[in-house]
Ligand binder design. Structure first.
Ligand SMILES: Cc1ncc(C[n+]2csc(CCOP(=O)(O)OP(=O)(O)O)c2C)c(N)n1
Ligand SMILES: [Mg+2]
Length: 677
């Protein structure tokens, strides 16, 4: 069967016949020529095997980036996506460093760690191209919120494709930007295809701009191949954003000239007729004709632009070609920003707080100390969060810094990521940690990798905190312990405190840290006993375990609510003549391996106790580490005491049977003493 190629109805609006002065046209033309020639050279270098991996050519769509970025200052933010070269060039990025990045060289924008899909010039407030379709939108809302909170006049542009307009984050980010009146413009580059699937097959409306009315923002569809029209319409949208009147959606109709990506090598779904129709509407040719015609610009000036751009690109390629490859040691420092070396207070004092009060005090004191700290989440302001961790903060700091969000986890977490990249220190509350599934892209693909993808110098000072764990009969979707998911991801810090003292000191450290931190609070600890907490602000070093009880015969490593249970078990075992050392790692990643290994080398036996399910849990990782590094010292196999491998049941007897009990811990330790199991 021979495949017939899809006929795509050309959708270009009639054209507004707008005018621009000759100098403006020349500026637009220069930018567009730079983009076009950059892409043509890139394809050539790809074919020669000098550029590897993949890249997505922007050829054909140049007018949109040029006309939009025409209005931006270096301080304004631009969020981009996989087809991002044009956005970077139009924002003013250096084509030599861009080319070097495409070649994977050390002098590239991402020092060879990112490649085409992650190019960004952070000094120009380019928030990065992005390999995840749609992600630019919530990250953009974050940068826009940062500008609003700081009271600057910076505007954020989020560029995205027609395919991305069907992502949930498009809708969430549009709504969030509209309710918060963020200084932003959503620019949809509708090239009629998402990879190889036609726009009309996937999109419920005739034009994406129609969706703007659902969010109460202005939306308009324009001829994206007319640089002057793009420039004029975006001028109004950018002005509106700058004036504090909120976001707009502009849909620019266009066409990419090449296949989806340089390496794709897939069937071409677009017909030759359509291709010819669009190529006849080449944005560069159209602008050049107008420059010569209505603007009366002489051919020699136009040619001079072309010659200068060509020379610039040849120099860029030469620069990139002679740049060295990145050294292997770049991998050592690119993943995480260094942690600050904190000193714990000498004494805990005698004042007692609950776990919840301790967290609340950390937030309050950090917000007092640093105006860049703000918190966002569901029902955290007047309500104080469903577990009251943010109680009273809105009264002191106001609704700007204690922000109730829509139920849009991806968007408000992404807002946190964008605001952190823009230099603030957001604390995102996850109402119940199971809802983190809705945030996973923002945490795992964006926050965790941003520094690395951008060459290992960027900072993402973000805390994502909230309650996890069972014990209060909230059943399968409100009771999980998910630390292993995050501990698996390079670039994330994972903290899990077990006492009020640690809760305050570690949350303070998390807020002051320059990395994204997943901060896990066990629900049973909110309801647990008070403990001594110093009144002054203090931070506990990240990656330092606490020895909760010293012992000789067996080491128990326990986390969160299991620490108290392990300590009670240790008291009972002591009566039987078994001396147990209990270690609380406090930070799951980075893990204080040394403290644990030192203990195991002393006791020669290890039991790991956590509430998360056994299979693939943190205990498996720790067990493997101990086998690798202390095998010769072990007198028995490492034992794990974990939740049964079932979802959390509702019935309380069943729930108790799933979560490790004191009895199970005791039995495991006894078995270890008898020679292991
Ligand atoms: C979340 C996600 N899903 C799928 C992909 C694979 N993918 C990359 S680009 C693309 C098409 C995107 O289409 P569109 O948003 O219209 O942008 P265009 O490529 O047309 O410029 C797809 C499916 C991805 N990178 N991310
Ligand atoms: Mg598309």
């Amino acid at each position: 069967m021979t495949a017939t190629k899809a006929k795509t109805r050309p959708t270009l609006p009639p054209g507004a016949n707008l005018r621009a002065d000759p100098e403006t046209m020349l500026r637009l033309f220069e930018t567009m020529t730079r983009i076009r020639r950059f892409e043509e050279h890139a394809i050539d270098l790809f074919k020669k095997g000098i550029i590897k991996g993949t890249a997505h050519s922007y050829a054909g769509e140049e007018a949109i980036a040029a006309g939009t970025c025409f209005h931006l200052t270096a301080e304004d933010y631009v969020g981009s996506y996989h087809r991002g070269h044009g956005h970077c060039i139009a924002k003013g990025a250096d084509v030599g460093r861009m080319m070097a990045e495409l070649m994977g060289r050390e002098s590239g924008y991402c020092r060879g760690l990112g490649g085409s899909m992650h190019i960004a010039d952070l000094d120009l407030n380019i928030l990065g191209a992005n390999g995840i379709v749609g992600a630019t939108m919530p990250i953009g809302t974050g940068a826009a919120l940062a500008a609003k909170l700081r009271g600057t006049r910076q505007v954020t542009i989020a560029f995205f494709g027609d395919g991305a307009a069907n992502q949930g984050v498009f809708h969430e980010a549009m709504n969030l930007a509209a309710v918060w009146k963020l200084p932003m413009v959503f620019v949809c580059e509708n090239n009629h295809y998402a990879l190889n699937t036609a726009f009309h097959q996937t999109t419920s409306v005739a034009q994406i701009a129609m969706r703007a009315s659902a969010y109460g923002v202005p939306g308009t569809t324009i001829d994206g191949n007319d640089a002057v029209e793009v420039m004029a319409v975006l001028g109004e949208a950018v002005e509106r954003a700058r004036a504090g009147e909120g976001p707009s959606l502009v849909e620019a109709m266009t066409w990419r000239w090449g296949p989806h990506s340089m390496r794709a090598n897939l069937r071409e779904p677009r017909s030759d007729d359509d291709m010819a129709w669009w190529i006849a509407r080449d944005p560069l040719v159209r602008l050049e004709e107008r420059m010569r015609g209505e603007a009366g610009i002489g051919q020699e000036r136009i040619d001079a632009v072309k010659t200068a751009v060509e020379a610039e690109l040849e120099e860029a390629i030469a620069f990139a070609t002679r740049s060295p490859e990145p050294p292997l040691r770049i991998l050592d420092t690119a993943v995480c920003s260094p942690h600050v070396a904190h000193r714990e207070p000498g004494s805990t004092g005698s004042r007692e707080l609950t776990f919840t009060e301790a967290l609340n005090e950390a937030l309050r004191q950090e917000m007092e100390r640093d105006k860049d700290v703000f918190i966002l989440g569901e029902d955290i302001a007047e309500t104080g969060g469903i577990f009251q961790v943010t109680n009273g903060l809105v009264e002191q700091f106001g609704q700007e810094r204690v922000r109730d969000t829509p139920i849009s986890e991806a968007a408000f977490c992404g807002t946190g990521v964008g605001a952190a990249i823009a230099g603030l220190r957001p604390v995102v509350e996850v109402q119940i940690f199971d809802f983190v599934t809705q945030m996973m892209d923002m945490i795992v693909n964006q926050a965790a990798k941003f520094r690395f993808m951008n060459g290992g110098t960027a900072r993402v000072p973000l805390v994502i905190r909230g309650p996890q764990g069972g014990g209060i009969r909230l059943a399968a979707q409100h009771s999980q312990s998910l630390e292993a998911w995050f501990a698996h991801i390079p670039g994330l810090v994972v903290i899990a405190p077990s006492t009020p003292y640690d809760a305050k000191g570690l949350l303070t450290a998390a807020i002051r840290d320059d990395n994204p931190v997943v901060f896990l609070e066990h629900k049973m600890l909110y309801l647990g006993q008070s403990g001594p907490v110093p009144e002054e602000p203090y931070a506990i070093p990240i990656g330092k375990a606490a020895i909760r009880r010293e012992g000789r015969d067996v080491t128990i490593v326990a986390t969160q609510a299991m620490v108290a249970r392990a300590l009670s078990a240790a008291v009972q075992l002591e009566r039987e003549g078994i001396s147990v050392e209990v270690i609380d790692p406090r930070t799951i990643r980075p893990l204080d391996e040394e403290t644990i290994l030192t203990s195991v080398r002393k006791t020669k036996r290890l039991a790991i106790v956590h509430e998360a399910c056994r299979t693939g849990g943190f205990g498996a990782e720790l067990s493997a580490t101990v086998m690798e590094k202390a095998f010769d010292w072990l007198d028995a196999p490492v034992a794990r005491v974990a939740a049964l491998d079932v979802p959390m049941p509702f019935n309380d007897r069943l729930e108790s049977a799933v979560i490790p009990s004191q009895e199970r811990i005791i039995e495991t330790v006894r078995a270890l003493m008898e020679g292991g199991r």
